[in-house]
Design a binder for this molecule. Sequence first.
Ligand SMILES: Cc1cc2nc3c(=O)[nH]c(=O)nc-3n(C[C@H](O)[C@H](O)[C@H](O)COP(=O)(O)O)c2cc1C
Length: 192
Amino acid sequence: MTRIMIIVGSVRPGRVGLSVAEWVRDRIQESLDGDGDGDAASLDLVDLAELNLPFLDEPHHPAKRAYTKPHTVAWSERVSAADAVVLVSPEYNHSYSPALKNAIDFLFTEWAHKPVAVVSYGGASAGTRGAAALAPVLASVGLVKVAANPEINFIGTRMIDGVFQGDDKLGGTVATMTRMLVETSEALKPLR
Ligand SMILES: Cc1cc2nc3c(=O)[nH]c(=O)nc-3n(C[C@H](O)[C@H](O)[C@H](O)COP(=O)(O)O)c2cc1C
């Protein structure tokens, strides 16, 4: 059983991120079902707007796991339960979203030795500058980035009535990403 956590990086009203993440989640599920692996994985969609973490408000470095707030303990337990992570990341001013950074910074060892993939979206550059800015942050907490990068350009043109319209090409990249997450999760399991 591979437990894949999908995190929606955008929390703003009018965001497209939740719809993009729901589409990605459904493609991951289809890809697992197609491989006969559907029962071998469970998906947890984390909406950071719903999670509603405050700005990091813990007095100790998270590596100590000396958490003082119930929201940190709950977030720690939820991330600990995941074997692999997908970040659905908008690009803001050539970087990634502050909500995503805050959610990552709250924890430390909970992320270690887990594969991660970034689904980026934005304008002409498909959010790739944001994804590049994320990479060293992910490495610093021990997340292991897989090679597949689902990248979505001109996001505004791919929405109809607030619903993201993906295509087969992107679906194929999400399937490759899913296979890499499952394989890498298995390989890293002894280290977790
Ligand atoms: C504060 C802000 C900064 C942005 N900066 C960029 C940018 O640097 N590059 C880009 O391609 N799109 C940029 N955009 C456009 C976003 O890609 C687009 O608004 C997208 O819908 C944001 O994702 P969200 O709706 O899920 O929040 C920016 C949008 C906002 C709100």
